[in-house]
Design a protein around this ligand. Structure first.
Ligand SMILES: *Cc1c(COP(=O)(O)O)cnc(C)c1O
Length: 385
């Protein structure tokens, strides 16, 4: 049985070209990038090349990129160290109800340290309304953090507008762009943002590596204390193979983005429409148009998301329900609840996130097996009609 992977928002396979680019840094060029000898210098050059590749993908200068252990660390470092480095700007932070836990739990931590957090609601399509942000901004708002695209429902925010509104009020702007970098065009200058988080394993690079973009002149600090790596902004021996892989993945993403984006958009629309046409009592979650290409998220009434996942898995189809981090717990996802969905509806959520290797045949296969799965689960369910 051919397996069909449709969980790219959770993680992506490492591209073979990325893997090949990494191998020499595990075998021949194993020097510490801080070492003076030629091995170390080769490693250091590779790190700087990767910094350029990543910077190019998001329209930044290489000097504005700090490599971290991933999106989670970049989110923590952005928010925690920005607030610590800019006490004169105030103690108020604004974020949204649908952020990844790397943002929400960081804000909860800061609220216990004496910072004040405002969590903005979203509309039923998962959009942070500009007026909601305007109304929440205060003289002591130091930072606004709104994600670019949501990992569960795919909604893409108008970051350019939200950043402009924040700047008018004197606040800096951070975006968790882990789901958009490499998938849709992201240009930090056009979007007008100060801080951005990205992660390699969401764009066909290796796990455990990511980056923080900090616009020149924006003050942040080191989150990990130790050596002077990453221009004193991130202590710890640099993960050279990881950085090289992230750089290669960024380069490939840049080359392939227009083609992949267009193809995934078509597949996503076909899959969404096919599901909505074939299965009654189903609703799309997230924005119908402004969403990640290839990202399908729906809720089926009268069924449990987890049962759908197990049934799909028995056909070799890998998907998720809510976010991968909350799957396994029966609490409905905070994102779906923030849309105003009832617990009962939110429990029947399914997320199918396609990637560059998914095909029309994959979509057809899902459309063949999913309707009978839902029908049978509804027949067995005490909630069923
Ligand atoms: C995956 C993800 C993260 C976490 O990134 P890691 O590199 O896995 O730590 C943060 N934010 C969003 C939106 C994500 O999808």
């Amino acid at each position: 049985m051919k397996s069909i992977y449709m969980d790219h928002s959770a993680t992506t396979p490492v591209d073979p070209e990325v893997f090949n680019a990494m191998i020499p840094y595990y075998t021949d060029i194993y020097g510490n990038a801080s070492s003076v000898h030629s091995q170390g210098q080769k490693a250091a050059r590779a790190v700087e090349q990767a910094r350029e590749q990543v910077a190019l993908l998001i329209g930044a200068s290489p000097g504005e990129i700090i490599f971290t252990s991933g999106g989670t660390e970049a989110d923590n470092q952005s928010i925690i160290t920005f607030m610590a480095a800019n006490p004169h700007k105030g103690k108020h932070i604004i974020t949204s109800a649908i952020e990844h836990h790397a943002i929400l739990h960081t804000c909860e931590y800061l609220s216990k340290q004496g910072f004040e957090i405002t969590v903005l609601p979203v509309n039923p399509e998962g959009v942070v309304e500009p007026d909601t942000l305007r109304a929440a901004l205060r003289a002591d708002t130091a930072l606004v953090s709104i994600m670019h695209a949501n990992n569960e429902i795919g909604t893409v925010q108008d970051i350019q507008q939200l950043a402009a509104i924040s700047h008018e009020a004197g606040a800096a702007f951070h975006t968790d762009a882990v789901q958009t970098v490499g998938k849709i065009p992201v240009n930090v200058k056009e979007l007008g943002i100060d801080l951005l988080s990205a992660s390699s394993h969401k764009l066909y690079g290796p796990n455990g590596i990511g980056c923080l973009f900090a616009k020149k002149g924006v003050h942040i600090g080191s989150y990990l204390h130790g050596g002077g790596h990453e221009r004193n902004m991130r202590a710890g021996t640099v993960n050279v193979p990881g950085v090289v892989g992230f750089g290669k993945a960024a380069e490939l993403a840049q080359q392939r983005l227009p083609q992949n984006e267009a193809a995934l958009k078509v597949l996503g629309q076909r899959l969404t429409q096919g599901i909505l046409d074939a299965i009654p009592n189903t609703r799309l979650t997230g924005h119908p148009v402004n969403r990640l290409p290839g990202s399908v998220s729906v809720c089926f009434q009268y069924v449990e998301g987890e049962s759908i996942l197990l049934m799909l898995d028995s056909y070799g189809i890998m998907a998720s329900s809510g976010s991968a981090c909350t799957a396994g717990s029966l609490e409905p996802s905070h994102v779906l609840l923030a849309l105003g969905l009832s617990h009962e509806i939110a429990h029947g959520s399914l997320r199918l996130t396609m990637g560059k290797d998914n095909t029309q045949e994959d979509v057809d296969k899902v459309l063949e097996v999913l309707p009978p799965i839902i029908k049978n689960l509804r027949l067995m369910s005490p909630l069923g009609q």
